[in-house]
Ligand binder design. Structure first.
Ligand SMILES: [Zn+2]
Length: 120
């Protein structure tokens, strides 16, 4: 528990792109930019490093959700490579861009819960 918030609640608030501490204000001011401090509780959210971790997690997650089914279902082998590659790459790119802000929010929640701030 950190400030009365468990890890599940911190991750869930982050998934909702809210401040992991209070859960009331948005933790982002754009697609991926974390606010300097929460407008509601003043938690300095920009001090928590969310640089590459969310991108790696998103790529691993989306890669497994798209590539693994592609090899499991036989009808994928019926299409020519000229069709399969653009469809797979496009769907991986689109799903990655859709999931990344939410996974970054959850990662911010995890960093906040663990208290892993950047050294200044
Ligand atoms: Zn807050």
């Amino acid at each position: 528990m950190r400030d009365g918030v468990g890890i599940g609640k911190a991750l869930l608030r982050g998934l909702q792109r809210k401040c992991p501490c209070c859960g009331k204000a948005s933790a982002f001011r754009g697609y991926l930019k974390v606010v300097d401090a929460c407008p509601n509780c003043q938690t300095p959210l920009s001090l928590y490093p969310t640089d590459d971790g969310p991108a790696y997690i998103t790529m691993i997650l989306i890669g497994h959700l798209v590539i693994a089914p592609a090899f499991m279902f036989g009808f994928f082998y019926a299409y020519p490579v000229q069709v399969l590659v653009p469809v797979l790459v496009g769907s991986i790119g689109l799903l990655t861009l859709l999931a990344l802000p939410f996974i970054k929010g959850a990662f911010l929640g995890l960093m906040w819960y663990l208290g892993l701030k950047q050294a200044r």
